[in-house]
Each structure stands twice: as structure tokens, then as C-alpha cells.
Design a protein around this ligand. Sequence first.
Ligand SMILES: [Ca+2]
Length: 310
Amino acid sequence: MKPIKLILDTDVGSDCDDMMAISYMIAAEKKGLVEPLAITLSHPADYAAAGIRGLYRSYGAKVPAMGQMSKENPRDDWYCKKIYEKFGEESDLEPVGDAVALLRKTFVESDGDVTLCAIGPLNNIADLLESKGDDISPLCGVELVKEKCSRIVLMAGGFLPDENGKNVPEWNVKVCIERSQKTFELCKNDIYMLPHEAAHTMVTGKYAVETLGDKTPLTYAFLSFFNSVGRSSWDPATMLWAVEGNRDLFTLSEAGRVTVDDIGTTDFCPDENGNCYIIGINRLENESFTDAQKRAAAYIDGAVNEILGI
Ligand SMILES: [Ca+2]
């Protein structure tokens, strides 16, 4: 199987499951499943790039080109600064360029068939789609992505109704509602979404944290994020699907359209001409939802523990 060409957009520094997702991505790269083209940061933390550099170094892996969201958007950095202070080298603080410029350049230089996987708020993705033709490419963002990107995979949305029958807004969408609306409005590509409920109770990282404590950037990130001994797997499950597809772990809905309302609620409406698909958890015969989630979690943990050497 040819490795998939992948661009990752992550808000590393906020929740620690991004670090698990990147760890799985590095494990997949080592197995020849992924060719990473770039990582863009949708978290403007000063130490976000340094946190990723420290993580890559701990696995002896080469960091892909990085770009960072340039807008002001103050948010908490739970672990990237700490990782730099404990594991960093001075060069980890070298600044990185603008995320949208790097996304445009990476798409232009690719020969197409690129997967764009976003596991944070959709600021960079909406900004990319809205970008105008420039000296990198005469194409506007929507057309450039349509031409070069084979699919967009998002950790986004929630489609389980609460007691009032209304879907509960999901964090990545809720923190940038207008950017999320714009993404679904403009995008002409197929979009595959792993929603909140698919991985909220899927826990990964527990054995790694119990075994390694604060000795590695990954496990230190978990401990720095509310002392998490294991964490929900929204981002690693999304990344797993982006790299390996359904396997026997996931399902995919029929085509439909996703809309985002003004409080960040996502709705999915089946439509054979739609471009959105929802990723679900695959239950084997007689298997409970919880056990099916545990199988997916074990698969992710297995891949990551191998490169952690445990
Ligand atoms: Ca994230």
C-alpha cells in the first residue's frame, strides 16, 4: 500500500489527545503508512511548535514543515511550554511561518491526492478556503483545495441529541462558530467527520502514562493536562481513520450535508449529493459499544506503545 500524503492541522497545547494523535501518526509513518507533508497549528501558543519538536525528537523522527495560525486568539497552553522546559533544545524555539501560506504552498507542491486532517478548531481551514490567489498559486483557496486535496478528515461536530432533542455543540466547532460555518459553506471536497460521541468514552494513553510517568513528552503532556491518566480519544481516533480507514473498527454514514447554527450545533441531513460523511464505531456481532471502543483504543495504544518502547 502506498503511504497516504497527509497534512495535519492541530491545536496542540490545548487538550492532550492531540499529542496522542501525533504519536500515532509518527508510528504510522514508521510503518510506511503515512507521508507527512506539513503540520499547521491552530493554537497560537508561543511554545506549540516547540512542543511538537520535543515530541518528534523523543521518537527519533523528523519534524515535517510547520506553520502557525497568525491571528490573536489567546488560549491556554497546558503542556507545550512545560515540554520545552523539561525536554527542549534552544532550536525548538525557532519561529514558524504562517499556517495558511504553508498550506497553500504544500498543496501547490504536491502532485494531488493529499489528505487534510484537522483535529482542532477550524480557523486555519476556513482561512485557507477563503484565501485569494497569490504568488504561490493563482487559484483561490476553495479551488486549490478542490484540485489538490482528495479528502478532508475532521474531528468535529456532535450528532447525539440532549434531553431537549437538540444536538450538543462540540468544542472544536463551538470555539469558532463563524469559521466552522464558513468551512462547511465553502468546501467543495468530501468531508469525513468523527463526532464527539464516537470517542468521548474511548480512552487511550493510560498504560503509557502509568508506565512512563513524566519521562516522555507524550506522557508528560497527559499529566500536565489535569493529571490525565488516559484520555478521551477524539483526535487519535480521527487520525487512525484518516490513515487506515474503517478497518473493522469504524463505520461510515451515507452522504449528507452538515450545517452549523449560531450556537455551534451541528446537524446532519442525508443527501446523496452532499459532501459530508459521519464516522461511527463498528460493533462486531454481539459486541457492546463500549467493547467496540476498547478495541479501537487498544489498536491506537498498541501502535503508540511500540514506538514508546513499552
Ligand atoms: Ca485537538
